[in-house]
Design a binder for this molecule. Structure first.
Ligand code: DX5
Ligand code: ZN
Length: 229
């Protein structure tokens, strides 16, 4: 089954615990948490304190996406806050191999991601150390942007490379995903769909997630058809 990960950037922070209950009741798989530092991206969101508050009220996997210039400096802080997956951007130019080792040593799953202008092949040499490979389908920084279709061939290339290397890295996509395009991204090879505005729209989390679920299942059926023929 394809996983659904609502991005809490679109949640109502006045009532965070209720939002957690809503996504749990809707049957999501991960909670996607977007950390921004106002430097790597032109927006500031939240840090370990908020991750820790969410950790206290749920057992769901906390999938933390670090849009910060120096993620290496915060590995332990997020591990201590209860993050399960720690995903870093390859554009930060850190020594990625060593950084991924440190993430795993801190008992988190390791993820890496590319912005829309970065070739997905930059993730390929990292795959043996990656639990999650994230393809950004918008410029990181803000929720509610339009999906960039250029991300689809990146997903296909990544899927082919994962199969070639025989690793079991999950492919996640993030940005502009909704019930209208979730089937296409899943058919291309995505395992985890992030949705912010589409998940929380009009406060109808249950209905929105059900529509996303239906679309991901349709996408999976399409993918299996292609594999069979
Ligand atoms: C963008 C974030 C996304 C964003 C997704 O920088 O990484 O997770 O919240 O929001 P939507 O689904 O509204 O594009
Ligand atoms: Zn994100």
């Amino acid at each position: 089954m394809v996983k659904i990960a609502p991005s809490f950037l679109s949640a109502d922070f006045r009532t965070l615990e209720e939002e957690v209950r809503r996504v749990e009741d809707a049957g999501v798989d991960y909670i996607h948490l977007d950390v921004m530092d106002g430097h790597f991206v032109p927006n500031i969101s939240f840090g370990p304190l908020v991750v820790e508050a969410i950790r206290k009220v749920t057992e769901l996997t906390l999938d933390v996406h670090l849009m910060i210039s120096d993620p290496g400096a915060f590995v332990q802080a997020f591990a201590d806050s209860g993050a399960d997956i720690f995903t870093v951007h390859v554009e930060v130019e850190a020594e990625m191999d060593a950084l991924l080792d440190r993430i795993r040593e801190a008992d988190m799953k390791a993820g890496a991601t590319v912005k829309p202008d970065t070739p997905v092949s930059e993730l390929f040499p990292l795959l043996p150390k990656l639990d999650l490979a994230l393809v950004m389908s918008v410029e990181p920084g803000f929720g509610g942007q339009s999906f960039m279709p250029e991300s689809l061939p990146k997903v296909r290339d990544l899927r082919a490379e994962i199969e070639r290397q025989g690793v079991d890295t999950e492919i996640e996509i993030d940005g502009g995903i909704g019930a209208g395009n979730a089937a296409d991204v899943v058919a291309a090879g995505v395992d985890v769909v992030v949705a912010g505005s589409a998940a929380f729209r009009d406060g109808k989390v249950r209905e929105n997630v059900a529509a996303l679920r239906q679309a991901t299942e349709a996408g999976l059926a399409l993918r299996e058809q292609v594999v069979e023929t």
